[in-house]
Design a protein around this ligand. Structure first.
Ligand SMILES: Cc1cc2nc3c(=O)[nH]c(=O)nc-3n(C[C@H](O)[C@H](O)[C@H](O)COP(=O)(O)OP(=O)(O)OC[C@H]3O[C@@H](n4cnc5c(N)ncnc54)[C@H](O)[C@@H]3O)c2cc1C
Length: 317
């Protein structure tokens, strides 16, 4: 049975939901140990959030060096944990930060790295969706310990009723990982909606909104979804670039993606093609997004979205 190490990332005192997703994939190969690299005094509260997941053990390290020295310090700690735990693979969330950690860690431990996987099998082989989703690639690391980054929401997390054992580890971050000191950080202003790359549902608007995202946002709020946008919409200044989905924007893989007034250009598809269910609302029946959609509505989004909201609300009541 393999031993899989996962990085349980966190933000502002909250463990990312990617931890339970990585654990679900890791469990296929064997036992799962989660690593929590926490600020001093916050480790127990973070580790407690990992109950009822597939995680069997939590290795908890508390140090203010993680916030002070950033990713090099995280990687230094992870490399030390890898050498003591000796796992068969390491799974890391496929976020910008996760991919930087993965690349640096792979160099440190001499293992191969696979990024942006959407699945991992019991033999620790990974599946990637590449070239805008037009190819599905199966790959396996054949040198050293595999470091694999997994797209958020690529799998539905499973749960168990057991609580993981928590092992506190004290280690010293090496001087070479402390060459840069972070002197200040300013978190980006966040709305009440979920983070785009982690959301289970994404409602996106394109040029068809003509700059009016009110219907897209109203649907997102009804479903507890994140809001995405095509590049046409972000370039026009209708929605922030941080919400752009696609080749030069973010990659999302939610359970449900609703494209409103988006034509389905290859560069947009590259960022949302692996969504589980795709719904398209477009007034042009020839729009290429319909080739990809599981469900399509030919119509004006300003007529379709309010009716859909009404129907959902009346079903719920
Ligand atoms: C190097 C490069 C990188 C790129 N990266 C990205 C990227 O990351 N993300 C991205 O999205 N694009 C990207 N693009 C741009 C991409 O090629 C398209 O131009 C863009 O996706 C088009 O956005 P759109 O679908 O919103 O607009 P359009 O293609 O103009 O489509 C608008 C759609 O809305 C429909 N519509 C209009 N009014 C309504 C209405 N009232 N109700 C319903 N439907 C309506 C129309 O029928 C049409 O299909 C990139 C391009 C290049 C060259």
């Amino acid at each position: 049975m393999s031993k899989v190490l996962i990085l349980a990332d966190h933000d502002g005192g909250k463990i990312s939901k990617t931890a339970a997703e990585l654990a679900t994939l890791g469990k296929r190969a064997g036992s799962v140990t989660a690593v929590v690299l926490a600020p001093a005094g916050q480790g127990d509260a973070l580790a407690a959030q990992l109950s009822n997941t597939e995680i069997e053990k939590v290795v908890l390290v508390e140090s203010d060096d993680f916030a002070r020295h950033g990713i090099p310090a995280l990687v230094d700690a992870l490399a030390q944990i890898v050498s003591s735990e000796n796992p068969n693979a390491i799974l890391i969330p496929s976020t910008a930060r996760g991919k930087e950690v993965a690349g640096r860690l792979a160099v440190r431990i001499g293992g191969g790295v696979i990024t942006d996987a959407v699945d991992v099998n019991s033999d620790l082989g990974a599946t990637q969706s590449v070239f805008g989703g037009s190819f599905t690639v199966s790959s396996k690391v054949n040198k050293g310990t595999p470091v694999i980054t997994i797209r958020p929401s690529a799998v539905e997390a499973t749960s168990t009723s057991t609580n993981p054992a928590i092992e506190k580890m004290s280690l010293t971050i090496s001087d070479s990982a402390k060459l840069v000191t972070i002197t200040g950080t300013q978190p980006a202003a966040k709305g009440g909606r979920p983070e785009l790359t982690e959301a289970k549902i994404v409602i996106s608007g394109g040029r068809g909104t003509n700059g009016d995202f009110s219907q897209v946002e109203a649907m997102a709020d009804l479903l507890g979804a994140a809001v995405g946008a095509s590049r046409a919409a972000t370039d026009a200044g209708w929605y922030p670039h941080t919400h752009q989905v696609g080749q030069t924007g973010k990659t999302v893989s939610p359970q449900l993606y609703v494209a409103c007034g988006i034509s389905g250009a290859i560069q947009h598809r590259a960022g949302m093609q692996t969504s589980k269910t795709i719904v398209a609302i477009n007034k042009d029946p020839e729009a290429p997004i319909f080739d990809l959609a599981d469900f399509g509505v030919v119509g004006d989004l300003f007529a379709v979205l309010p009716q859909a909201r009404e129907a959902i609300a009346s079903k719920r009541s």
